[in-house]
Design a protein around this ligand. Structure first.
Ligand SMILES: Cc1ncc(C[n+]2csc(CCOP(=O)(O)OP(=O)(O)O)c2C)c(N)n1
Length: 366
């Protein structure tokens, strides 16, 4: 596929598998994206949906602080991260549970993070994933820095940087895009446009007709893709990653998807999003279309589907138990991991907390 065929100013977006499970652009599909690979990635999408549901259950039972569900965004998560090669980096925002799982972050650690433990961000050293980033858009700059380091080392790796539609209104995003364009940085900016930034709909986020077209101003390609179409997401991200690895610079991908769940478990979307709007999105569910397609290819059956869900429910429950057994919340963790050497003002805050806890007869635990 040729990224240039999808000029973002034309309003054209890349689609390969439509929402009824029909292949509409076989010619765009790369040869490596076989039905076997589609099945494997579909399997990961099911795993993600089940792991997500388990997190909601934990939160509702008071066993997890909060959680940002990826419901509806499984194709955008999995289709994009699937193109990464061993040396590449993944830089998440906070709605990339699936992408992180695919790259080897254990689900237990992701649960620990949302349970409030800093140790949920300590990944195995071979896992090239940055920790979840709650401050909106700041990770876009970290990602460009990482990719720049790869360029200076001439290691031919690239960095996949995730963020939401709301993040495109932050200065960080524009600085990251400009720097990446000027210095031909080997990265892919992957925007999960799920149509909402908490309660703010996309239409009031920017006056631009698309988010992808913002790339034009920074001098590199931007492309719109159906973010609920696993095949299209994989195809455009693979093309953008190849461009980055070849030293041709960054690409901005706007994956148009829809957040079927709340912003986080602390949010009530019925206060700002009409129920009819949500209902109208159901046919576009990224798993549904793959189920139709893979059933027609004879690769899944109702029985195999049930087995898959049961297997992942067991996995998610085990991970939740292991996460709970592993956490011991220590207030010192709030201070200890921001800097290699703690600045005096942070040391002062830590000491201050210790004094407060001591006055209450409690201990910081470390
Ligand atoms: C710098 C900063 N400002 C505000 C917030 C509060 N906040 C958390 S998520 C969010 C919305 C992010 O929207 P978007 O970028 O579209 O991503 P989405 O949540 O839809 O995945 C906001 C405003 C924050 N975490 N960081």
């Amino acid at each position: 596929m040729n990224l240039a065929d999808f000029d973002p100013l034309s309003g054209k977006r890349c689609e390969i598998l439509d929402h009824q499970g029909v292949i509409v652009a076989q010619e765009l599909r790369p040869p490596g994206l076989t039905d076997e690979l589609v099945l494997e990635l579909y399997d990961r999408m099911v795993m993600l949906r089940v792991a997500d549901q388990q997190a909601l259950t934990l939160q509702r039972a008071g066993r997890m602080g909060t959680y940002a569900p990826t419901l509806g965004q499984e194709a955008a998560n999995i289709g994009s991260a699937a193109v990464l090669q061993p040396g590449d980096w993944l830089v998440p925002s906070f709605r990339e549970t699936g992408a992180m799982l695919l790259r080897g972050v254990p689900i237990k650690l992701i649960y620990m993070y949302w349970m409030g433990s800093e140790w949920g961000s300590h990944y195995p050293s071979e896992v090239k994933v940055l920790p979840i980033c709650a401050p909106v858009s700041t990770q876009t700059l970290h990602g460009v820095g990482l990719a720049w380091a790869g360029k200076l080392k001439q290691d031919h790796t690239m960095t996949l940087i995730y963020f939401g539609d709301g993040a495109t209104s932050k200065g960080d995003f524009h600085e990251a895009m400009n720097f990446a364009g000027v210095f031909t940085i080997p990265c892919v900016f992957f925007c999960q446009n799920n149509q909402y930034s908490i309660s703010v709909p996309r239409r009031v986020q920017t006056a631009a007709a698309s988010l992808a077209q913002k790339a034009v101003a920074y001098g590199f390609p931007g492309i719109m893709v159906d973010g609920n179409d696993l095949l299209a997401v994989y195809t455009v991200t693979a093309a953008a990653a190849a461009r980055a690895r070849a030293g041709e610079g960054p690409t901005l991908i706007e994956a148009q998807t829809y957040r079927l769940g709340p912003h986080t478990t602390a949010d009530d979307p019925s206060r700002y999003r009409p129920l009819e709007e949500l209902k109208a999105q159901e046919p576009y569910d990224p798993l549904r279309r793959l189920r139709i397609y893979l059933t027609q290819q004879g690769l899944i059956t109702e029985d195999s589907e049930q087995d898959r869900v049961v297997k992942y429910e067991g996995m998610a429950k085990d991970a939740a138990r292991e996460a709970e057994a592993a956490i011991s919340l220590n207030p010192d963790d709030i201070f200890d991991y921001h800097y290699a050497q703690m600045p005096p003002y942070v040391a002062f805050q830590k000491e201050y907390l210790h004094r407060i806890l001591a006055a209450r007869g409690e201990s910081a635990g470390g």
